[in-house]
Design a protein around this ligand. Sequence first.
Ligand SMILES: [Zn+2]
Length: 250
Amino acid sequence: MRVERIAVLRDNYAWLLVDELAGEAAVVDPSEAAPVAAKVDALGVRLVAIWNTHHHADHVGGNEALLARYGPLRVVGSCVDRGRIPGQTDEVADGDEVSLGSVRARVLHLPAHTRGHIAYLVDRWLFCGDTLFGAGCGRLFEGTAPELRAALERLRALPDDTLVACGHEYTRANLRFALELEPGNRALCDRYARETAAGDTPTVPTLLGEEKATNPFLRWDADEVRRAVGGGEPDVVFAAVRSRKDVWRG
Ligand SMILES: [Zn+2]
């Protein structure tokens, strides 16, 4: 399987998965059609599916134009999102398998950014939309902090070499917020220095092992994070970090 990152809109990413044996491709979260079509056509592959992580316009905005251009496509999204994903043909739930040629993806239901948010896990790749970001996580639009923490705890259990292919380029700002909470975290300082030195180059995919070591939204049990928000049970710490980020202006 080949994976291509496609920059879309201002700071979104769509992801193109290609089964090279079959010459077929699926796109995760095409916010807009033109950059996706350009990549599909440049590679000379056949687009057969759209895999959406959730219903927000900056993730499904290109669905209809891609359907118009490439004809009938499988459009996969959560069963919870019925009626909210343009052109949806396949309704999936936690644990379901989605295929592209010989490529198999496992669906993880990760509610709270939206109630129907899902991720697709393919080999080492995690296509996680707006649930987990580089050094951050999505906002709570349709769920609670405990729901999101539970979702992130499932992701935290994945292997360190998992590649986090998220839906936005927010990493550098997120790292500045993380440093306010955990200035004594050496791994975080190193990551910030490295990403700052890299200018405005893409930071994703990120490595889950580095997220576990530096992302405050996966670190509700780290002493420095706990102290920064006044301690408490994991759900309390997580909710406090999320609330603080909601009003953070950098
Ligand atoms: Zn979203």
